[in-house]
Design a protein around this ligand. Structure first.
Ligand SMILES: Cc1cc2nc3c(=O)[nH]c(=O)nc-3n(C[C@H](O)[C@H](O)[C@H](O)COP(=O)(O)O)c2cc1C
Length: 321
């Protein structure tokens, strides 16, 4: 990330990655996405590398997860590369500079013309009873500069966070955020869609219950999925005992299953961003075929670097099939 920021500052990136225009952007959640390939949350935690990442071709960049107050995250080591499985286990714990820093960084970005999502969360020391207040603080602060807001209910590294995915808790949170969104839309004269990001570790009946909550509550978008607590597929790697969320190819099938479950219940009424285990054009196509309107990558970008972004964008970022 430092190298990317440096190459952006000295002006090399435009020569290495010339920008291409798209005459027919994708309309999702009422927004115009230049292409369907995005960077998932967690890499640009505070939005200080947006312009450089944008040069690589991402049609949208989700910054965060950002919390109201700055926090250090978990002790290091907290990220483990399981190289033979091309996967990662992480327990970063929302290390970030706080919502004000994110807003400032987005305002300071100069060249990026794609979509910027703000992924928001609660501070570790905020009890779940007060979680809605943390999300509200972030929503209010980010609203003016964000293109969309992603509400992270699914990180395994903030104790208790996934309890907010219980249908009743999710319903209450969605109602609170939708009411605030209506006020903010009037105040700022623009509608900023809200997406919820869910875990891959949801049982089928849980998926159905949540889908109904999302339909009833008027959710604008769904991001499926975050990292998994499962260790299926990596048991042979001694690092598999590390605590945290697993990402990359081992989460692909589980993530697809959850995406398909939501897609069949939502029936196209709420657009879905598919994420989890995409390492190739075929993987991304599979998500689109399963009902995703857009896709995001993280782990494969760590392993394969910028050429993968270019390949994905050129192969299926622009077409709508
Ligand atoms: C090191 C690391 C940190 C992450 N941090 C966040 C985060 O802060 N917020 C979030 O919503 N997802 C976070 N994620 C999850 C990713 O956004 C993505 O949902 C998940 O890794 C599955 O996609 P992938 O298989 O392409 O990596 C993180 C993932 C990794 C590997």
């Amino acid at each position: 990330m430092s190298a990317l920021r440096l190459t952006e500052r000295v002006g090399i990136l435009p020569f290495l990655f010339p920008q291409q225009q798209n005459d027919s952007p994708h309309q999702v959640m009422g927004l115009s996405f230049p292409n369907r390939i995005g960077l998932a949350a967690g890499l640009d935690k505070e939005g200080n590398t947006i312009d450089a990442l944008g040069r690589l071709g991402f049609g949208f960049i989700e910054i965060g997860t950002i919390t109201p107050r700055p926090q250090a995250g978990n002790e290091q080591p907290r990220l483990f590369r399981l190289i033979p499985q091309q996967s990662i286990i992480n327990r970063m714990g929302f290390n970030n500079g706080g919502i004000h820093v994110g807003v400032k960084n987005v305002e300071a970005s100069k060249t990026y013309r794609g979509i910027i999502g703000f992924n928001i969360g609660k501070n570790k020391d905020t009890p779940n009873e007060n979680a809605a207040e943390d999300y509200l603080i972030c929503l209010r602060e980010a609203y003016r500069v964000a293109d969309y807001i992603a509400v992270n209910l699914s990180s395994p590294n903030t104790p208790g966070l996934r309890d907010l995915q219980n249908a009743d808790a999710t319903k209450r949170l969605l109602e609170t955020l939708k009411a605030e969104q209506a006020l903010l839309a009037t105040k700022h004269g623009k509608y900023v869609p809200i997406a919820f990001k869910v875990a891959p570790d949801l049982a089928d009946d849980h998926i159905d219950a949540l889908a109904q909550v999302f339909l009833d509550g008027g959710l604008d978008g769904l991001i499926a999925t975050n990292t998994t607590l499962s260790r299926a597929g990596v048991e042979a790697n001694p690092l598999h005992t590390q605590a945290g969320g697993l990402s990359g190819p081992p989460v692909k099938e589980r993530s697809l299953h959850v995406l398909r479950g939501f897609a069949s219940h939502l029936g196209g009424k709420i657009p879905i961003i598919g994420v989890g285990g995409i390492s190739s054009v075929e993987d991304a196509q599979e998500k689109l075929n399963a009902g995703a309107s857009l896709v995001q990558i993280y782990t494969s970008f760590v392993y394969q670097g910028p050429p993968l972004v270019k390949k994905l964008v050129n192969s299926l970022g622009w077409s709508s099939s």
